[in-house]
Design a protein around this ligand. Sequence first.
Ligand SMILES: NC(=O)C1=CN([C@@H]2O[C@H](COP(=O)(O)OP(=O)(O)OC[C@H]3O[C@@H](n4cnc5c(N)ncnc54)[C@H](OP(=O)(O)O)[C@@H]3O)[C@@H](O)[C@H]2O)C=CC1
Ligand SMILES: CC(=O)N[C@@H](CCC(=O)OP(=O)(O)O)C(=O)O
Length: 351
Amino acid sequence: MVMHMSFSVAVAGASGYAGGETLRLLLGHPEARIGALTAHSNAGTPLGAHAPHLRGLADRVLAPTSVDALAGHDVVVLALPHGASGQIAAELPPETVVVDLGADHRLTSAEAWQEYYGSAHAGSWPYGMPELLHAGETAPARQRAALAGTRRIAVPGCNVTAVTLGIQPGVAAGLIDPDIVAVLSVGYSGAGRSLKPHLLAAEAAGSALPYAVGGTHRHIPEILQNLGLPDARLSFTPVLVPMSRGILATVTAPLAAGATADDVRAAWSAAYDGEPFVQLLPEGQWPASGWTTGANTALVQVAVDRKAGRVVAVCALDNLVKGTAGAAVQSLNLALGLPETLGLTVEGVAP
Ligand SMILES: NC(=O)C1=CN([C@@H]2O[C@H](COP(=O)(O)OP(=O)(O)OC[C@H]3O[C@@H](n4cnc5c(N)ncnc54)[C@H](OP(=O)(O)O)[C@@H]3O)[C@@H](O)[C@H]2O)C=CC1
Ligand SMILES: CC(=O)N[C@@H](CCC(=O)OP(=O)(O)O)C(=O)O
């Protein structure tokens, strides 16, 4: 029998959606001991007032978020708004494994950070997407290796994960031209749980609403960074649709000259062969976001539209699991030397 070391973990932003989902996964993780839980405006209230589905932690009172409250744990998860984690992270001990669910440490380019986030750049950490392909790779190797033993993890954005996993095999294998169009159906929970008028049920239920249209979304530089194509054309349009969780990303790009449908199938297949959490579906079966609900799974399908001369890739995932908290636990497992799949499931909740 393999024995593992347990670890203590504090979660900052425990009253939010991403923090709550991280706690749900950690409650099912055999090695996690949940320590301090912190919040901001809701400090001093019990977690059960905000996440009543987390029965095992319902009576735990949220502390104000501070370095003192978080230090002293083996792992600290920061589930805070953009810009709030940089300062705290800088003051945590170097031996602590710090997992940032926000964007603060994702971008390597300070200029891109300034352009899209408009504040001082906190720096860049190893990127929490084990399945990321690097230039010249056809199967993930280097990113997984970069996460092994690391003490700092920048967890990707959820839309970024869907687009990257959908199209990256074609980029890595040179099968598409860098003129990418991504249209995403996204669920409400991606926006967090603070009150926003366009998320009121009276306005959002039964309706579809595009946002951040016209090249303004903050995920654009992150996707281009992942694909190793800083100068590529990327048209990115998210559309809010009436679902609580989930992302369905449809990503298309011109098929490169001389490339065939067989080349495409072979590249996507090689990229995800043996991956525990990213699965290329059997030819002809297109994923639904609902199949991934609650699971750390990204489901991918690809085809060539011969008349349009384009590759069409679709990726479905749960924004709060593979899009955030699941990616965090998966990367954390690698950082701690635990089996990558510990505490995670590929099986979704349906219907
Ligand atoms: N939701 C999603 O699908 C995804 C979210 N993320 C990222 O995760 C992070 C958290 O997002 P999400 O959980 O959705 O957001 P929520 O709005 O649901 O939660 C935000 C959390 O941060 C706390 N908080 C708010 N303001 C501050 C502050 N100034 N300083 C410290 N803490 C603060 C809140 O505390 P309180 O309730 O007490 O005010 C709450 O616990 C963000 O960076 C987001 O981009 C990443 C990928 C996907
Ligand atoms: C519906 C909705 O608003 N979704 C969010 C997704 C947030 C996310 O992926 O995370 P980061 O903010 O950490 O990058 C959005 O599109 O901005």
